[in-house]
Design a protein around this ligand. Sequence first.
Ligand code: NAI
Length: 489
Amino acid sequence: SELPGQYKVRDLTLAEAGRHQIRLAEHEMPGLMALRTEFGPTQPLAGARVAGSLHMTVQTAVLIETLVALGAEVRWASCNIFSTQDEAAAAVVVGPHGSVDAPAGVPVFAWKGESLEEYWECTEQILVWPGGTGPNMILDDGGDATLLVHKGVQYEAAGAVPADPGPGEQGYSEELLVILDTLRRSLAADPQRWTTIAAQIKGVTEETTTGVHRLYQLAEAGGLLFPAINVNDSVTKSKFDNKYGIRHSLPDGINRATDVLMGGKVAFVAGYGDVGKGAAEALRGQGARVIISEVDPICALQAAMDGFQVTLLDDVIDQADFVITTTGNKDVVSAAHMSRMKNKAIVGNIGHFDNEIDMAGLAAVPGITRTEIKPQVHEWTFPADEVGPERSIIVLSEGRLLNLGNATGHPSFVMSNSFSNQVIGQIELFTKPDEYAREVYRLPKVLDEKVARLHLGALGVRLTELTKSQAEYLGIDVAGPYKADHYRY
Ligand code: NAI
């Protein structure tokens, strides 16, 4: 079928280039391809209308086409203004069997370099379907689609959208003000829109640490409107994507943005969670001397035992050649920090939102100037002041996640693990609505182990099988699960 006007991407003629990349990615995504083989015949997602908000990359294209292969109807937006790969977006719209003149794929609303207003319009587009229907499933990364529905319902119940979001709204920064505008328009057009949409939604599967954090807060406050699966905390997601994915895509982003040698330099990494561990390992692998900061004594001790200096950013701010934030927290690098950095220091964030680095504070420094080196790479020049003579720093992706803004995000193989969890999560919530309440769930460990299993063959791994008597000795089943739920890997 054609998709007249039902999509918004940069340029459909990029579709062929995108299709070639998707074809190669499919080879690197054995988990998703195995799920197509396993579930294609039974079509468990027939009737599912999935609204997806997740970086519109080549890997995500393989995810989208897997959902379609399992029977779902899908609409897609990116979850970041800089993360779309325009050729992937075009290829998904054209579809494997369509053409540029007669696109027959999935409606995508995403392009690299959206404004914030456009970003929220795109998010609205995946939730408001033509013909008056809406989605019955959400696939989210960072929780923006879920947030829009929840805010919409909240304000519809109140009968008005407030002028100001009020205190306690974290992680949304200026974005929240744009959402309020979007919702104000929508409330005027249809005062029941979001309530109607929310009532149809069977559940959400959430990709990342920050989005999961939002979901637990919502559930604890009793405000979650539908069941949620926490994909991030599948072992085969956070212990792989967040760590090994970052180990690949952090240096990729730094290289594509700056091509500055990391060896011999000092790299500061804020946070030593899963993302921080991958970041630190990658930078050390390049020969950088890595320094960590942490607030959690366990992670700080881990970093020290892994051989890293652990200290305060304030103490080493004038030594670092690279400063990378991985905390998922706000206000980690201030404008005052940036004013004290080495000349030409490179500053970037790889956590989900752009509030880790105080970009607004930086822009407000008296006399500061901003030079675009190329898109998503900016030199900020401080005037001579009491700190020192004129000097500049290089900020990547305007403080948004640099691996997706300056490079193409994580590689296919690791995303195959994450996205296999997503597909299994979608099937769970869509086909077993009675088994899930309005809470946040993790996938059972057998399914986590299954995702890992689907990726062993491609790497030539031979798995040892327990004998029956060994299994009895350990008190587990030969077929798993092999660990208790509290095991930490
Ligand atoms: P995590 O919770 O495992 O690690 C974050 C660490 O930062 C924690 O150990 C915490 O104690 C520490 N921290 C918090 N505040 C701090 C502060 N002020 N100073 C120093 N350390 C501080 O979370 P994870 O999984 O590592 O994710 C981190 C962020 O990265 C999240 O926003 C997540 O959504 C995002 N993410 C980004 C990806 C990407 O491709 N760019 C991929 C996966 C996750």
